[in-house]
Ligand binder design. Structure first.
Ligand SMILES: N[C@@H](CCC(=O)N[C@@H](CS)C(=O)NCC(=O)O)C(=O)O
Length: 204
């Protein structure tokens, strides 16, 4: 069975658990501490030189890092990834948006404001307004897109929705107020109603 090297509270790792659960893919979970630097030790760096989870270890020993790449690998040939060329490109459009314009602000604000030790947060406090401004800009883009659509990519619920759900559904942990984005809030409920949905807290 593939092993997901992960941190339970990480939205990036939750994306993988959620997609795997909805696809009926069984995974063994191997947990790492959020603050103990275990992913920066030589044995982990041999699997992922970037020293981060999620990391999917296949039964044949190959290792795949980056949540988007793992989602793509798991979803290939399934209902979570369209076959149509244009729709696949739309899926990638929103997955790249998530990694460049959304996660670096919304996930980072959540990490520092909710999980990091308070004395370390104080060293980052001056960055909070920028995280909030750029995170809110990403939420406004999502709001505009969802005003007349149910899903991010054409064709229906896909890994683009899972990628964006990972940190949007818990954005309040980073000090974001989703009541300003009603179409995003409706989409969050729509995603949570999909068959096989599991919450971030679920181990499986
Ligand atoms: N772009 C990566 C980001 C991965 C990432 O930032 N992982 C964090 C947990 S969410 C991590 O491993 N942090 C530990 C560290 O950086 O040492 C992805 O989408 O998978």
């Amino acid at each position: 069975m593939p092993v997901l090297h992960q941190m339970q509270v990480s939205g990036n790792c939750y994306k993988i658990r959620l997609a795997a659960h909805q696809l009926g893919v069984e995974l063994t979970l191997k947990d790492y501490g959020l603050m103990d630097g275990a992913t920066r030790k030589p044995d982990f760096l041999a699997r992922n030189p970037n020293g981060r989870v999620p990391l999917l270890e296949l039964e044949d020993g190959r290792n795949l890092a980056e949540s988007g790449a793992i989602l793509w690998y798991l979803a290939e040939g399934s209902r979570l990834l369209p076959a149509d060329r244009w729709q696949r490109a739309e899926v990638l459009q929103w997955m790249f948006f998530e990694q460049y314009s959304h996660e670096p602000y919304i996930a980072v604000a959540r990490f520092w404001l909710t999980f990091a030790p308070k004395e370390q947060l104080e060293k980052k406090r001056h960055l909070v307004p920028e995280w909030h401004a750029k995170g809110n800009a990403a939420l406004a883009v999502m709001q505009r897109h969802l005003t007349d659509r149910d899903w991010f990519a054409g064709g229906g619920y896909s890994i683009a929705d899972i990628a964006l759900y990972g940190y949007t559904h818990c954005a309040a942990d980073g000090g974001f107020d989703l009541s300003a984005y009603p179409a995003v809030a409706t989409w969050l409920r729509r995603v949570a109603s999909e068959p096989g949905h599991i919450p971030l807290e679920a181990t499986w």
